[in-house]
Design a protein around this ligand. Structure first.
Ligand SMILES: [Zn+2]
Length: 75
């Protein structure tokens, strides 16, 4: 008994590749050296730091986001 895949009516020929149309994934994301305005530590951010704007390292960024919350009142 042999079952051939795709021998029946079901064919996988039209399968779409997952995450097809996205084009920006060319290798690892570029990291930029920056100094965190919170803890003054050197860090790397996945975006280009804008001059005059505060840059936060990952931990400070998370901390800030946590403390700001989503507007559910203060806990
Ligand atoms: Zn920091």
């Amino acid at each position: 008994m042999e079952r051939q895949f795709g021998g029946g009516g079901r064919s996988f020929g039209g399968e779409r590749r997952f995450g097809g149309p996205r084009r920006f994934s060319s290798g690892p994301r570029e990291m930029h050296k920056a100094v965190c305005s919170e803890c003054k530590q050197e860090c790397e951010v996945p975006f280009k730091p804008t001059e005059g704007k505060p840059v936060f390292c990952l931990s400070c960024f998370k901390k800030k986001r946590d403390s700001e919350g989503g507007g559910f009142g203060n806990r």
